[in-house]
Write a protein that binds this ligand. Sequence first.
Ligand code: NAD
Ligand code: ZN
Length: 258
Amino acid sequence: MDDNIEPQVLALLNRARRIFVLAGAGMSTESGIQDFRGPQGLWRTNPASQRIFDLQAYIEDPAVRLAAWEMRSSSPILTAEPNRGHQALVDLSRTGRDITIATQNIDELQQRAGSRNVLELHGTFWQSRCLDCDDRRSIDEAITRFQSGEDDPHCFRCGGILRTDTVAFGQQLDPRVVGAAMTAASTSDLALAIGTSLAVFPAAGLCDVAIQAGADLVILNGEPTGYDRQARAVLRGAIGEVLPRLVSQVDVYRPSPN
Ligand code: NAD
Ligand code: ZN
């Protein structure tokens, strides 16, 4: 990595008052949760699992739902703990800056680390949601039913199909959550995209919103992303190493005198 980039990013962080973070699955790989598109990602190790995230296939095919409940009931999300990267974003907010984190992750680890202002663009794993009546409740209930022998637990209220309360391919994002993320992106002076391939829209488009509003974009990711050319700086490295190192050097925010 170019040794000059970290000092440049540090200067941008020190200058920033409002920071918009767009986080992706790479943020949680160091907590033991596989990403989709990274070198060890689910799309490379088990391409067939993509059907689980395809809403139409999920509704039409009981075998897809069975595979989905098998995956959920043994998911590393159930036992994962926040890592140094999550903690670094909490520490960054303690420097007196206004930070909003729009996350594509469904694991709630950023919130558990202690961050406030977390927008869940793709929902949460931790709730089940009925596709018919929208009834939401703790995912533990459906997983317990699955583990007790129900292959395909259905909604207690209306008998509808249950999923996690997450956005599948082919489903719209919650417009209120997207609206809040757009506001945060367009009022930020610095946008940080961390651990995301920036290949999933509309989430990745939040980088455009921030840039068009005049913010600098900084990318921290293990691999190239679709936005590297638009970025003011690109840091290539492990989030759990790079982010705490940077944040530990950020000054407490003091408004400039002029
Ligand atoms: P992605 O899988 O497309 O990209 C993740 C990126 O992170 C990759 O480019 C990878 O190289 C990089 N990466 C992985 N570990 C890293 C590390 N330790 N340090 C630096 N870089 C690292 O993920 P995405 O862009 O978030 O989009 C995938 C979709 O997957 C999202 O919609 C999200 O909802 C979902 N997802 C969520 C979780 C989770 O909640 N933890 C896990 C897997 C997938
Ligand atoms: Zn229902």
